[in-house]
Design a protein around this ligand. Structure first.
Ligand SMILES: Cc1cc2nc3c(=O)[nH]c(=O)nc-3n(C[C@H](O)[C@H](O)[C@H](O)COP(=O)(O)OP(=O)(O)OC[C@H]3O[C@@H](n4cnc5c(N)ncnc54)[C@H](O)[C@@H]3O)c2cc1C
Length: 384
């Protein structure tokens, strides 16, 4: 196989690897992608499927998310997968939450607006307005069905973009233009390793010594009784303000965080914030929690799922929900950076650590990274 040469090889068929393969194929590079499983089954198919600019701090990262948004829309047209431009709704059940939302709108009024409880109910029929003080609506967020999208992008790359996809092939060595796998050896001018949370294989020492931390998130999927509902935008509540960096500039955020720490210690302990997304089969995806490093167990905690539903019942009719699946996913979190980038040699880069934003940031990050790799010898980190 070494006699067949490629311009760029990607290790990993999650959203990061696929984003690089898409960007590479767009540039006309002869592209090769390896995925150790028959079909990728890690974080990229276990998430909410949200393209979520509002979760990014205003500025460079928000712009990167908006660029990804454009790429997603284009890929949806070309690859033919479902995408819903449904926006996001942040529901406030306490005055301090509404205050933070107002402050956010003051410096980001082009992206978001404040709604009264009845206006919020007009765009999201199922929400319960009794306890709601107001809400924030942002129109830029989108939803994809992540298991379908990962499958669809893989097929699109193989069939329409002439990318060689090697599924079920584990890469155990990748350096200096040579990739060694369980099925043979390959050559490529450049190698990008997007191995997600697999930290015990390629460059394990680098990953161990890095600032990356594993984060486990619990999720549930429900059908809504016998009927169907349309939630409109993706819905979240006050805990999300506590969780996302994008609200940390709001002057009242510290008061809100203090109250949440006092009133909801169990939620803080498990890093819970509550989000409801809807897919193209009208399933509701509800989550999630954040447990880090040593706290990660292979078994899921029933208490986390109960806490999530208990919080949600303040503003959403949970009693009609029928559980379809529950699961967890793991991603690598890299503090204060879009991603972790390590240059192993002049031809090889390890790129992981997109944290909770891989679907939102990886497509645009990949394009910008490949453009800066032009002629590809000198690049060490991406400092966004
Ligand atoms: C529950 C949950 C909800 C989330 N919600 C969202 C969301 O709504 N929006 C958002 O933007 N982000 C979200 N995220 C984050 C997002 O899912 C991740 O940032 C993203 O999936 C990471 O993609 P990745 O390709 O780096 O890693 P992965 O998806 O883990 O993919 C890595 C792939 O590499 C393969 N691989 C590893 N080593 C090798 C090897 N040696 N040889 C061959 N193949 C190999 C693995 O099998 C795997 O398929 C969520 C994450 C979770 C867990």
């Amino acid at each position: 196989m070494e006699n067949q040469s490629f311009d760029l090889a990607v290790v990993g068929g999650g959203i990061a690897g696929l984003s690089f393969a898409c960007a590479s194929a767009k540039k006309g590079y002869r592209t090769l992608l390896f995925e150790k499983d028959n079909a990728a089954c890690s974080a990229s198919i276990r998430n909410f499927g949200l393209v979520w600019p509002i979760g990014q701090p205003v500025g460079q990262r928000y712009e990167l998310a908006m660029k990804s948004r454009e790429i997603w829309l284009q890929l949806s047209r070309e690859a033919g997968f479902w995408i819903n431009q449904n926006g996001s709704l942040f529901v406030a059940t306490c005055e301090d939450e509404l205050e933070v939302l107002n402050e956010y709108c003051n410096y980001n009024s082009s992206n978001a607006k404040i709604l009264s409880p009845s206006e919020a109910a007009n765009i999201s029929r199922p929400i319960l307005t009794k306890k709601i003080k107001g809400a924030l609506y942002s129109k830029h967020e989108m939803t994809v069905n992540s298991p379908e999208v990962i499958h669809s992008l893989t097929t699109y790359l193989r069939k329409k973009k002439n990318v060689t996809i090697r599924s079920g092939e584990f890469v155990y060595e990748a350096a200096n233009g040579i990739i060694r796998t369980t099925a043979g050896s390959w050559r490529a001018e450049r190698i990008l390793i997007c191995s997600g949370s697999v930290t015990n294989a390629l460059y394990s020492n680098v990953l161990k010594q890095s600032s990356l931390t594993a984060c486990k998130l619990q999720m549930m999927k429900f059908r809504y009784g016998r009927g169907t509902i349309n939630i409109g935008p993706t819905i979240c509540g006050g805990l999300t303000l506590h969780h996302y960096e994008s609200f940390s500039k709001c002057p009242s955020i510290e008061n809100l965080r203090k109250r949440i720490r006092q009133e909801l210690p169990e939620y803080v302990k498990y890093g819970i914030h509550v989000l409801v997304a809807q897919n193209n089969y009208n399933h509701l995806l509800i989550g999630d929690s954040h447990e880090y490093g040593e706290a990660i167990s292979p078994f899921d905690k029933a208490v986390i799922n109960k806490l999530i539903l208990k919080y949600l019942e303040q503003y959403f009719p949970v009693k009609n929900l029928e559980l379809v699946h529950s699961w967890h996913g793991i991603y690598m979190k890299n503090p204060n950076r879009v991603a972790f980038v390590y240059q192993a040699d002049p031809t090889t880069f390890l790129i992981t650590g997109f944290g909770g934003s891989g679907m939102t940031l990886a497509p645009a990050f990949a394009e910008s990274f490949l453009s800066s790799m032009n002629g590809i010898t000198e690049i060490s980190t991406h400092n966004l």
